[in-house]
Design a protein around this ligand. Sequence first.
Ligand SMILES: N[C@@H](CCC(=O)N[C@@H](CS)C(=O)NCC(=O)O)C(=O)O
Length: 225
Amino acid sequence: MSLRFHFHPLSSYCHKALIALYENGTKFEPVVLNLMEPEVTAQFRKISPFGKMPAIEDTKRGHIINEATIVIEYLDEHYGGRVKFIPANADNAWQARMWDRFFDNYLHDSMQRVVADSFRADGSHDPYTVEQCKKRIFEVYDYLERHMKGREWVGDNFSLADCAAAPALFYANTIYPLGTQYPNARAYLGRLMTRPSYARVLEEAEPFFNFFPLDPKPQRTLAAA
Ligand SMILES: N[C@@H](CCC(=O)N[C@@H](CS)C(=O)NCC(=O)O)C(=O)O
């Protein structure tokens, strides 16, 4: 097997790359990381310079690939399958990349900061940043709500953008639920969660949901709004 995938089943950025692997039934060797173990972290830093999951080692082509977006681009290029994550049409391609950036930079990052704040010791929380992130998350919900009107996926077909959307929206919705004012965005999240690739990712993540540091814990099925 030439692909070794370093990840943890609960990690949102790992979900993003796993979706792409499962979409095309790409064969890989899973390497589950426990970054609470200093020895595991030290070893992993040889593969991922900043200790960030996911990472893929391609032993056949002799490359290590970091950053979930680039992992997906790499799979598309060298281990492609039925689903094309970067659309062939140039205009569709930049749109997929643009939405990938929107989801990572404004939704995923904000969600991660809110979760990270909950790990801080008493007295070192940063309510200002949490409030700013919450505002940003709702800005993304508003924009996504308008964009998803009459659409199934972000672009014409399932793409990199939807891989990016799924975990960011899944965990953001756990913290700040998409209420009834977001029917299009919510229905989109429902489609992502029931798409076989992401449903499988969530099924494998479920045993770890109790480790999510905030309440309520994530749920594999979308609760009523
Ligand atoms: N920009 C990276 C972000 C990856 C990331 O934030 N991964 C988290 C897990 S979701 C991680 O490795 N956290 C461990 C740490 O920061 O020590 C990507 O797109 O892959």
